[in-house]
Ligand binder design. Structure first.
Ligand code: SF4
Ligand code: SF4
Length: 185
């Protein structure tokens, strides 16, 4: 049951008045901290997890090797990877198709952690509002463009083993050995 004092406070909306009093106190002191977004952009911390992007090496080649570990790690099932062999580097693979559906992404960063070659990163891209949610289904090219924008300093590309490449080139020139008939039968 409400006491007389409590009833009076309820009638005059005392909690709202207390809130207004606090707001006025800070306004008069000049402590206005409201950010005037979108005219002023907020300063985001370094650990901010915005849109996931793809990264490149210093020579411009993409880091992704199409292993699909990010797809396996994603709790929202929003990544699809279809991999293929690189035509210029046999035995090396790339993500021929890479799709990330941002409408399902929860920005947990698990995909970034799972990637064995650090091909993914959380960017500071947060202005993702759109009227057409199909624009939030990102392809690898879109993600690479965002990666170029937010991570202009790139890691040096590792040197691949030349011995295997030399052997491949030699076999390509002379013809690959054919499997013996009945060998696997
Ligand atoms: S941040 Fe999380 S939810 Fe978003 S794609 Fe990566 S693993 Fe999936
Ligand atoms: S982004 Fe990383 S984890 Fe995902 S397919 Fe590419 S290399 Fe594999």
């Amino acid at each position: 049951m409400l006491t007389g004092k409590k009833l009076f406070q309820t009638i005059i909306f005392s909690e709202i008045l207390q809130g207004l009093k606090l707001t006025l106190k800070h306004m008069l002191k000049g402590n206005v901290i409201t950010e005037q977004y979108p005219h002023e952009k907020p300063q985001l911390p370094d650990g901010w997890r915005g849109a996931i992007v793809h990264l490149r090496y210093d020579d411009g080649t993409e880091k992704c090797v199409g292993c699909a570990l990010c797809e396996a790690a994603c709790p929202s099932h929003c990544i699809t990877v279809i991999s293929a062999e690189r035509p210029d580097l046999p035995q090396k693979r790339i993500a021929e198709t890479y799709i990330l559906d941002m409408t399902k992404c929860v920005f947990c960063g698990f995909c970034v952690q799972a990637c064995p070659v650090n091909a993914l990163a959380s960017s500071k891209e947060y202005e993702l509002a759109t009227r057409d949610k199909r624009e939030l289904v990102m392809t690898k090219d879109t993600m690479l463009t965002l990666g170029d924008k937010y991570f202009p300093v790139r890691e040096k590309r590792p040197v691949y083993s030349d011995a295997r490449m030399d052997l491949f080139e030699a076999l390509k020139a002379t013809g690959f050995p054919k499997a013996e008939k009945g060998h696997n039968s």
